[in-house]
Design a binder for this molecule. Structure first.
Ligand code: 2M8
Length: 573
């Protein structure tokens, strides 16, 4: 790498760190995006090269969290988005299984089930140098790696993102290969899940009947101590002991069978095909095909597209119930659909093959009182239909709204609903209301869908990451007043907005000083091409434009920025 290329790279990467969300159209958006950035940066663990989902509840790296988090980072720190992804894949098993947790050795004891509980050493496929769990989570990863590449804004970050695609593609391909072979023994194009945690929607009422059919007595499971209950406001918001006993029972079944998928498929009392998981897989398959295209691998691209199309078609042919006009999960043990209307059913919009009738049936469900209401009175989509007997406002995946589900459904509505104005309207609504809610209450884990009040872990990373993606991609309005349609006694706390902008301004000035130093140096290096210099100038002009747009009353630094940039640009021309 030449001196100038190196300096240009540093310069361009440095600039990326302050140009967060150029498409933000209001000061409120800019402020919220900066707060979201502060959440991610605060949860970053340098020793692990990864980000905690939430500092008080989840002390390790989780799989689909990492993918959403990387999407957030992709808008302002390509290198860190790559680190996050590569850290997760260091836990990948030899057969391709991407574990749902990669453990941080420094905090082993602060989460149950910790690394030793999984006994992954019973499997010949377990990784040699990483402590992981032995189950999976929805495969958002190809989507996030493609986002890292697409959202890279400078020549230097594009280059490292392309290098990342080259490194990660074989690992992603192995991950999808594992899913389509080990987890689809009937070759239906639909993968099965063997643990509730694999769905990401852990204690959803969709699993209640299957769990009730599993008889567990204390002598059948190893002794264990939960640590989650003391870490949230109300222990009753967390899953029950009944649920945890069965979660532990299944883990024991896995290690007793050395994580052999065929043996588990034969013996497990919990085997489901999940709408959301398969829908994400289908979309991720298209992303994987796009990555293969970028890397010049047309045969791989074709194979990924074919597999994705098979999954997309199978979701609708097997999991859509034409009577209820809804997508349901499927219990492979009882060989029947699980008739629970949960938010994951709307996930079909993200990756299933649908015609207008399917799209419209989901849109009608969203408008029903069980979900958003005809007048769109709910803040965002509840995780379970409000008229389901298992629904609660505040218990984890049994009713509360989650940002990642709203993000996925919103994306599906905007893509599949192009000829359905109601779909587009709800899509916009979901994004605007989610952003409004977060702006009011902060970056929490989940929310009461009726009142919008926050619950679970605070400083929750994927809530922050997805807000960044929404704001950076589209520049959504952040309305200043919440709706007054609260259906419960809970009321919204005051906005959690803080003084991040002060810090931001200081960092900006520091970065520009660095740019000045670098450009001075560059100007003495006469061997470099005019093209490279033009690239730097373009960056400087962009930085100046951004500094002007960002003009906030931060201790007079705007004048300093303008003067500094003016001097740099003059010296360079
Ligand atoms: C929750 O799941 C973990 C188990 O994996 C837990 O309850 O301890 C879920 O919300 C899951 O979707 C999420 O990835 C994880 C970390 O945020 O927490």
């Amino acid at each position: 790498m030449s001196t100038l290329t190196f300096l240009t790279s540093s310069l361009l990467l440095a600039s990326a760190s302050f140009a967060l969300c150029p498409s933000a159209t209001t000061q409120q958006q800019t402020q919220l995006a900066n707060e979201a950035k502060a959440v991610l940066d605060g949860n970053w663990v340098p020793q692990m090269n990864s980000t905690l989902p939430s500092p008080n509840l989840y002390p390790h790296q989780w799989s689909w969290d990492a993918a959403f988090i990387a999407i957030g980072y992709s808008h302002y720190d390509t290198a860190r988005a790559i680190d996050e992804t590569e850290a997760l894949f260091r836990g990948q098993w030899k057969n391709g299984l991407l574990p749902h947790i990669v453990f941080n050795p420094a905090t082993d004891e602060s989460y149950f089930p910790g690394p030793t509980f999984w006994q992954i050493e019973t499997s010949a496929s377990a990784p040699d140098n990483a402590a992981t769990s032995g189950i999976i989570q929805p495969p958002v990863h190809a989507i996030s790696s493609l986002s890292i590449y697409k959202n890279a804004r400078t020549t230097a970050s594009k280059k490292i993102a392309l290098d990342h695609l080259k490194t990660i593609y074989p690992k992603l391909a192995l991950w999808h290969q594992y899913l389509y072979t080990e987890r689809d023994p009937l070759n239906e194009g639909l993968v099965f899940l063997r643990h509730m945690w694999e769905s990401g929607m852990d204690n959803s009422p969709a699993w209640d009947a299957a769990l009730e059919a599993i008889e567990v007595t204390p002598d059948m499971i190893p002794a264990y101590t939960r640590v989650d209950k003391g870490k949230v406001g109300h222990a009753k918001e967390r899953p029950t002991s009944f649920f945890y006993d069965r979660a532990v029972y299944l883990i024991k079944l896995f290690y007793d069978n050395s994580y052999d998928e065929a043996a588990i498929f034969e013996k497990s009392p919990f085997l489901v095909q999940d709408v959301l998981f398969n829908s994400i897989l289908s979309r991720a398959g298209i992303a994987l095909a796009e990555i293969a295209d970028i890397l010049g691998l047309p045969e791989d691209a074709q194979r990924n597209r074919e597999r994705s199309a098979k999954t997309a078609a199978a979701i609708t042919s097997k999991l859509y119930d034409p009577v209820e006009k809804f997508y349901f999960n499927y219990n492979m043990v009882t060989k029947s659909l699980i008739p629970k209307k949960i938010s994951g059913g709307f996930g079909a919009l993200f990756g299933a093959e649908m015609d207008d009738v399917h799209v419209n049936s989901l849109v009608q469900h969203l408008y029903s009182p069980a979900f958003l209401g005809e007048d769109l009175s709910s803040w965002t989509i509840p995780s379970v239909a409000k008229n389901d007997p298992g629904y609660t406002n505040t218990t984890y995946w049994k009713g509360p709204a989650w940002l990642n589900i709203n993000y996925i459904v919103r994306d599906g509505l905007m893509r599949k609903g192009k000829s359905n104005p109601d779909a587009l309207k709800i899509g916009e609504y979901l994004k605007d209301r989610s952003i409004e809610m977060i702006g009011k209450v902060g970056f929490y884990e989940y929310f009461n869908p009726i009142s919008g009040t926050p619950h679970g872990g605070h400083q929750f990373s994927w809530s922050a990451a997805l807000v960044i993606d929404w704001i950076c991609n589209a520049g959504t309005e952040v309305p200043s007043k919440p709706s007054s349609k609260d259906g419960e006694n809970e009321s919204l706390p005051k906005s959690a907005l803080s003084g991040v902008n002060m810090l931001y301004g200081t960092v900006l000035v520091g970065t520009i000083a660095l740019i000045a130093a670098v450009v001075n140096f560059v100007n003495t290096d006469s061997k470099e091409s005019e093209e490279e210099k033009a690239e730097i100038l373009e960056l400087l002009h962009a930085a100046e434009k951004k500094a002007r747009a960002d003009a906030t009353p931060v201790s007079g630094s705007v004048h300093l920025r303008r003067r500094t940039l003016g001097a740099i640009v003059r010296r360079s021309t």
